[in-house]
Ligand binder design. Structure first.
Ligand SMILES: [Zn+2]
Length: 303
């Protein structure tokens, strides 16, 4: 398994001190590699020389002059930008969900930031104070209101996601109302204003399945720009009665599963198959999700 969640493999320097330096940015653009992104959160892809799927970076000259540009950072002194462009009919474009598991560390980090910025710009076009249309500033890392002069920054909404275990061989997984039969995941939920991450873990678990947890420990985090989440991963142990009292508004079902059952479902997901109707746990989350990172870490007894 990877040593960290797949979208947390940032391998470049954000060089944030350059974002307001228009002279430097203009020169950097001339020698940049550009990540084209579409409003549908996709990017051009190609088969690389090693036979693997790779992001197809563009030369600046291939990017329309009117396309919004965002400076992502530097790697080996090469500037990387994102630009919002429309997809040509003859190009292969893939989404971050499709590319995330297969592209290299540098591309994964750049694309995750590019998609997160793209989603934010699309959804935050107006000033939250006065309603005026805002404009991009700071190389894409700020939106500025020309009416009242306020600056607005990209949002990242924290959500907790937690592997709950019984201290022995069982973990608790749930199935959301929108998910297919047999498909389970770790529990998760957004952090509320004024709440700590640990308190959010305990609250979400109690709300969704009615059990208490203790020994809440941080494991890892992963950006999840669909559209603006930061998933903060925890492990926590059952405290008290393991009986499940389900919140049926959010959850279709939940249950305790053994390591063997979870490992079998993981192998089915990786093979692109699924257990039969006689099996309760047929699929867990794919490798791109931090849910799967938590599950795999628990199966390997690393957390
Ligand atoms: Zn304003």
């Amino acid at each position: 398994m990877p040593d960290r969640p797949l979208l947390s493999r940032a391998a470049y320097d954000r060089a944030a001190h350059r974002r307001a330096d228009e002279t430097w940015l203009a020169a950097a653009w001339q020698r940049a590699r550009v990540l084209a992104v579409s409003p549908k959160s996709a990017t051009p892809a190609q088969i690389g020389p090693d036979g693997r799927v790779a992001v197809a970076f563009r030369d600046p000259a291939e990017v329309p002059a009117t396309a919004p540009r965002r400076f992502l950072g530097l790697s080996d002194d090469v500037p990387y930008f994102a630009a919002t462009v429309d997809r040509a009919d003859d190009e292969d474009w893939l989404t971050l969900r499709e590319l995330g598991p297969v592209i290299d560390d540098l591309s994964a980090g750049l694309l995750t930031s590019a998609i997160a910025l793209e989603q934010w710009h699309q959804r935050h076009t107006h000033c939250p104070r006065c309603g005026a249309h805002t404009v991009q500033a700071e190389a894409g890392w700020t939106r500025r209101c020309p009416s009242d002069g306020t600056d607005h920054f990209p949002r990242t909404d924290p959500a907790v996601i937690m592997l709950i275990h019984d201290g022995a061989d069982l973990t608790l997984l749930g199935r959301g109302q929108q998910w297919g039969q047999g498909r389970f995941s770790t529990l998760a939920g957004f952090v509320e204003p004024g709440e700590s991450l640990e308190a959010a873990v305990a609250r979400e678990v109690f709300e969704e399945v009615g059990i208490g947890v203790t020994d809440i420990r941080y494991v890892a985090s992963q950006p999840w720009p669909f559209p603006a989440s930061l998933m903060v991963g925890f492990i926590a142990r059952l405290d008290g009665d393991p009986s499940i009292h389900l919140d049926t508004v959010e959850m279709a079902e939940a249950g305790w599963f053994t390591r063997a059952e979870v490992a079998r479902a993981a192998s089915w997901v990786d093979a692109g198959t699924e257990g039969g109707a006689d099996v309760r746990l047929r699929a867990i989350s794919p490798t791109l999700s931090i849910s799967r990172f938590l599950v795999d870490s628990w199966l390997a007894r690393e957390i």
